[in-house]
Design a protein around this ligand. Structure first.
Ligand code: HEC
Length: 365
């Protein structure tokens, strides 16, 4: 139940993943969506039409599939900024880039009617057929207009924490984390940021380097800057502290993060503010179904509790004793107790102090 040893190895994975996630998970809206835009979002993300029916995609010429599997988001990303899959470039379709001319590949701006033609027939505004990897859809003009209103809002604003020269990032450490470990983690991340800035320092002098509109700006090569947010005291006070840090200096993303408690209050803050929070080193994610913004390596200790509960569902016991170390393990113990309520088995729980061998012996006896 103790994952500390893996933490530094995980940070390496974290660092390799950063580039990828930066392209796909940045904040997509500041103001809430109106009704019509929300309907557009449901088409975009889930492939479900305002009528509640699922959108039909036609793949490889004549194979009809439910749009749920072929939702726009699955290929063009939640941010609408596109992606690269093997040799394929899935282009950005956020409205800002779609409803204007593009020069890589060269094409004229879309409007609602040419978007409808593209979605139904795969023909772009210049009359060119696009790759069959992009499915064709059975979609009427009204549904296209709902979708287009949504695309117009998608990634239409620059995410907070970014200005002309800098991308602001932060990592989180809370009270209760071993000081040496906290310093080690922060210094690895700082070193990475320094290296990243050093290696890209010349890029800022190369304006107009790419043909795609989003690559044409030299300011793509902003410096990274990393702050450490230290959260003190009880977890119930973290929300306020996080808001204070964020108001003082908004960040584009939170990297890593260390706490011996549940990540839940921080995860909630990330969801609320649409901040990507990448790979915190925590044993308890506290993540809820549908959460998107925190990327966890694993569900940690909650996963272990669920596995034990599943096992006991299949192999019921009359009486159970669960013995666990005080601290983060108590989250799993509580979760298991809750899950076991649906069974008739009697569950006795004993929390022992594992850090102190003498206390542990006396607890156990
Ligand atoms: C299976 C993956 C996939 C799905 C699902 C998908 N697309 Fe695409 N889309 C692509 C690819 C690949 C291209 C690029 C084709 C090319 O360049 O020849 C593309 C191109 C486009 C273009 C043309 C962009 C341009 O610059 O000309 C638009 C617009 C578009 N898609 C909108 C959508 C919408 C809206 C949906 C959902 C209703 C959707 N796509 C679903 C893969 C997909």
């Amino acid at each position: 139940l103790n994952c500390n040893k893996n933490k530094l190895a995980k940070i390496q994975v974290l660092i390799f993943s950063l580039g990828l996630i930066f392209f796909t998970s940045s904040r997509v809206f500041s103001k809430p969506l109106n009704n019509n835009e929300s309907q557009g979002e449901t088409i975009y993300r889930n492939g479900i039409l305002p009528s509640g029916q699922s959108l039909t995609a036609i793949v490889a010429g004549d194979i009809e599939v439910s749009g749920k599997q072929f939702s726009c988001m699955n290929c063009h990303g939640r941010s609408g900024m596109g992606t690269i899959e093997g040799n394929y470039i899935v282009p950005p379709i956020a409205g800002k880039l779609l409803f204007t001319d593009a020069n890589q590949p060269v094409r004229s701006a879309y409007n609602n009617s040419s978007l409808a033609t593209l979605l139904r027939e795969g023909i772009n505004p210049d009359g060119k057929a696009i790759d069959p990897l992009m499915p064709r859809f059975i979609i009427n003009d009204e549904q296209v207009s709902v979708l287009a209103n949504y695309l117009a809002r998608l990634s239409s604003e620059i995410a907070p924490g970014i200005n002309d020269t800098t991308i602001h990032l932060a990592t989180i450490v809370t009270d209760g984390v071993d000081a040496n470990l906290a310093t080690a983690v922060a210094s690895v991340l700082q070193r990475f940021v320094i290296e990243k800035n050093r290696q890209t320092r010349l890029e800022a002098q190369r304006p107009n380097r790419g043909k795609r509109p989003e690559l044409r700006s030299a300011s793509l090569f902003r410096n990274w800057s990393l702050d450490v947010w230290h959260l003190k005291g009880r977890a119930s006070t973290w929300k306020k502290q996080l808001e204070n840090y964020y108001n003082r200096q908004p960040v584009f993303a939170l990297l890593g993060g260390l706490t011996m408690q549940s990540w839940q209050p921080i995860g909630e803050f990330c969801e609320l503010n649409q901040i990507p929070c990448m790979f915190p080193s925590v044993n308890v994610s506290g993540a809820k179904e549908g959460d998107f913004y925190t990327y966890h390596f694993s569900r940690g200790i909650e996963l272990e509790a669920d596995l034990v509960a599943n096992y006991l569902d299949e192999n019921p016991a009359q009486k159970l004793n669960q013995i666990y170390c005080k601290g983060t393990a108590s989250y799993a113990a509580k979760r298991l107790s809750l899950k076991m309520q649906r069974q008739s088995a009697k569950l006795n729980s004993l929390a022992i102090d594992c850090d102190d061998p003498k206390q542990r012996r006396s607890d156990l006896s």
